[in-house]
Design a protein around this ligand. Structure first.
Ligand SMILES: [Zn+2]
Length: 535
């Protein structure tokens, strides 16, 4: 199999590989220019007279793990056009290698790609691994030298801010909502700057922005021809914040109801759990000890009823000798071994685990269920087993409901997601909260209705929702509704339109990632290059 060496290295027409040598990790290719004539760079006439020969050393993309350098054997031509002031010129090899360049164009592109996916330092290390010799400064210089991509006309513009240095300086991100692409970054979030940008884009038909504020002003002045929409992402975000505040206010009501719940009601006394058993040295009984004690109680009860030893042994599941010994002792004798051993709980353990994971943490409930399946011991024994299995006190787990550890920050996520998206345990928590507080219940209904409206893009239903809020006596939601009222045209448009700034938020997340890769030290200009040229 004969392979044309020049084509193997993808050399352009007019360049021929004449020899190659390998020294260490470097592959050196001798490449000779062979074109009969070259155009004069000034008068563009083809010149045929070779005046002299010289060599250029140029780095190329690596080959099979080796660095590649080209020794280009090139020529100087004499221009024969009488009127041309240029008498002698060096032949040009563009676009393969630009004039004066010390790297091939494809190597430059490779370095740019590495730079755009990494940072200066990391890029240089990666390049070294890939047998490309470069430095962090070269990588950064290459990225800064990239020409801005041509600005395509944008009709649907999404605008939002992003933290450039968190809490200290912010920039603005502009997204083409139809192409889902960042089209520019601005160095601040001032109305003036955004306005100037929009002025230069008369083709904008729609601006999707957060509610009110600087971007609304920028759009009114910079793109007066465009319709404005309050984007759904920010509507939902603002509502979520209002709900969190409202829930934080419900905290007192929730705690009061929890205390009331803990006090047993007089007409329906709850099932009295058996008192905890303690060993003589004050430690709680292990699961085995508890089971054994239960058996002892059963033995005594059966004896009381006049049952014979053999019968007792059979019914309680013990050996006749044990029964006999217990009866003879006359009093319960503690065992003190704590090792895990086979127990009648083993058969039910998988079931209890599954139910526990499904969110059933009520021990009485679990006990009734496994009792129905044949578990012979008391709820106290089950409790002891759960302690052994889970390494925690189930009593604590059982009572540590959402009400005790109520956090508005966490609870808000139960309120804003669709009920069907919640885990079973989350659904139970949500129901508990709504049962405990009438306000929470009202908040829940209003929030869910708003999100249904957003999902179904029913901007027209907004009025009826707002009037419900006004009569709701939830001040946080009322304030939210008042804000909507002020920006109502844009809100209704935002609720009805197909686009959402959700994608702008996605882009902001990408910018964050790019920023992180740059160790947060990058200047705005570099960040802009990185984002606009992102691979
Ligand atoms: Zn010429």
């Amino acid at each position: 199999m004969q392979i044309e060496a020049s084509s193997l290295f993808s050399l352009p027409d007019g360049l021929e590989l004449t020899s190659l040598t390998v020294v260490g990790n470097v592959l050196t290719l001798h490449v000779t220019a062979t074109a009969q004539s070259r155009p004069c760079p000034l008068c563009t006439q083809e010149a045929t007279h070779v005046r002299s020969y010289y060599t250029r050393l140029v780095a190329d993309v690596p080959c099979a793990g080796r660095r590649v350098q080209l020794i280009l054997h090139v020529r100087k031509f004499r221009c024969d056009t009488v009127s041309c002031p240029r008498k002698i010129f060096a032949e040009r090899l563009g676009p393969f290698v630009e004039a004066w360049a010390r790297k091939t164009t494809r190597l430059r592109h490779a370095i740019e790609a590495i730079g755009l996916s990494t940072c200066g330092e990391g890029g240089a290390r990666l390049a070294d691994r890939l047998a490309i010799a470069t430095s962090p400064t070269t990588i950064l210089r290459r990225i800064m030298a990239l020409p801005l991509p041509p600005g395509d006309p944008v009709t649907h513009l999404g605008i939002d801010d992003f933290a450039f240095r968190r809490g200290r300086s912010y920039g603005t991100v502009l997204v083409d909502l139809q192409r889902n692409k960042v089209i520019d970054l601005l160095p601040d979030r001032k109305a003036e700057t955004a306005k100037a940008w929009m002025r230069a884009h008369a083709e904008i038909e729609l601006v999707s922005r957060d509610r009110g504020g600087d971007y609304a002003a920028a759009a009114s002045q910079g793109a007066p021809q465009a319709a404005q929409t309050a984007d759904r992402f920010h509507l939902c975000k603002n509502l979520t914040e209002a709900v969190e505040k409202a829930l934080a206010r419900c905290r007192a009501e929730l705690r009061k109801s929890q205390k009331a719940k803990k006090k047993p009601a007089e007409d329906t006394p709850p099932e009295e759990p058996l008192p905890a058993l303690l060993t003589s040295d004050g430690r709680p009984y292990s699961a085995h000890q508890t089971e054994r004690y239960d058996c002892y109680q059963q033995v005594m009860a059966l004896r009381e009823q006049g049952a014979k030893v053999k019968e007792i042994a059979k019914r309680v599941g013990l050996g006749a000798r044990t029964v006999q010994r217990w009866l003879k002792d006359g009093a319960y004798v503690e065992t003190n071994y704590h090792h895990r051993h086979r127990s009648s709980f083993d058969r039910y353990e998988a079931y209890v685990r599954r139910r526990w994971d499904e969110g059933v943490h009520n021990i009485q409930q679990l006990w009734r269920e496994i009792k129905a399946l044949g578990y012979p011991h008391s709820d106290r024994a089950l409790r002891a087993h759960l302690e052994a299995v889970r390494g925690k006190k189930p009593a604590e787990l059982e009572e540590a409901g959402v009400l005790d550890h109520f956090s508005a920050k966490k609870a808000v996520w139960l309120f804003v997601r669709p009920f069907d998206d919640l885990l079973k345990q989350e659904q139970e928590e949500l129901l508990a909260l709504c049962q405990a507080s009438a306000q929470a219940e009202t908040i829940y209904q209003l929030v869910q209705e708003f999100f249904r409206l957003v999902r179904a893009r029913q901007g027209t239903q907004l009025d009826s929702w707002m009037s419900k809020v006004k009569t709701s006596a939830i001040p946080e939601l009322q304030r939210f509704a008042t804000g909507l009222e002020r920006d109502k045209a844009a809100v209704v448009a935002g609720l009805t339109l197909i686009h959402s700034n959700g994608q702008v938020e996605g882009q902001v997340t990408r910018i964050k990632l790019i920023k992180r890769m740059m160790f947060g030290r990058a200047g705005f200009a570099l960040l802009r290059q990185r984002v606009l040229h992102a691979l």
